[in-house]
Design a protein around this ligand. Structure first.
Ligand SMILES: CC(C)(COP(=O)(O)OP(=O)(O)OC[C@H]1O[C@@H](n2cnc3c(N)ncnc32)[C@H](O)[C@@H]1OP(=O)(O)O)[C@@H](O)C(=O)NCCC(=O)NCCS
Length: 162
């Protein structure tokens, strides 16, 4: 069973453990220590208050297995972009798919967003599958839209509108 709850500063150690995985190939992690992760988590309340980001911890059978969030476009406040990651030990169980469905409900019904986007590198097959299983439409390839490891990379753009 997959549940979402607001992130807590005490999630820092577990998130750092999950994100330290070298197999997170297509996902830029800028956090270098548990302390930095804590500092990042402390900003969540303010980000919500400013309508910038709504970040959640993903629980599977009560255990922390990942995170997801929606970032509100600050120039077009009806648009949100979703992101997610799951501990490799739990990949392939449908957890990200369930989490995105729950996050989408929050984004459309509570935050009243009109358009939700998911962007990923074209090689990120697992993330593409998640977007497709959740009913997002492929809108195209956005050139040099994402900076990872100092290189501007193309991204696939998936979206759903209500
Ligand atoms: C992307 C990610 C969140 C998916 O999490 P997950 O809980 O394993 O996702 P799900 O189980 O809901 O769905 C993944 C699907 O991709 C499939 N898949 C995974 N790797 C694959 C691969 N290399 N080739 C083909 N299919 C693949 C799985 O089989 C599954 O499909 P299925 O349900 O039809 O079997 C996870 O891989 C992750 O955390 N990756 C690193 C961070 C990341 O890239 N985040 C997204 C940034 S855009």
């Amino acid at each position: 069973m997959v549940e979402l709850r607001y992130q807590r500063v005490s999630d820092a150690e577990r998130f750092f453990e999950i994100l330290s995985n070298p197999n997170f190939e297509f996902f830029e992690v800028n956090i270098k220590s548990v302390e930095e992760e804590r500092e990042w988590l402390k900003k969540n309340y303010e980000k919500r208050e400013k309508n910038q980001e709504y970040n959640y911890t993903i629980l599977y059978q009560g255990e922390i297995v990942g995170a997801c969030g929606v970032m509100v476009d600050q120039h077009r406040e009806h648009i949100g972009e979703m992101g997610y990651f799951i501990d490799e030990e739990y990949w392939g169980k449908g957890i990200a798919t369930e989490a995105v469905k729950k996050l989408e409900k929050i984004a459309f019904e509570e935050l009243e967003l009109i358009r939700l986007e998911i962007r990923m590198e074209p090689e990120n097959t697992a993330s593409i599958k998640v977007a497709e299983k959740c009913g997002y439409s492929k809108e195209g390839l956005v050139k040099k839209a994402y900076l990872r490891d100092g290189v501007y990379r193309d991204c696939l753009l998936y979206a759903k509108v209500r």
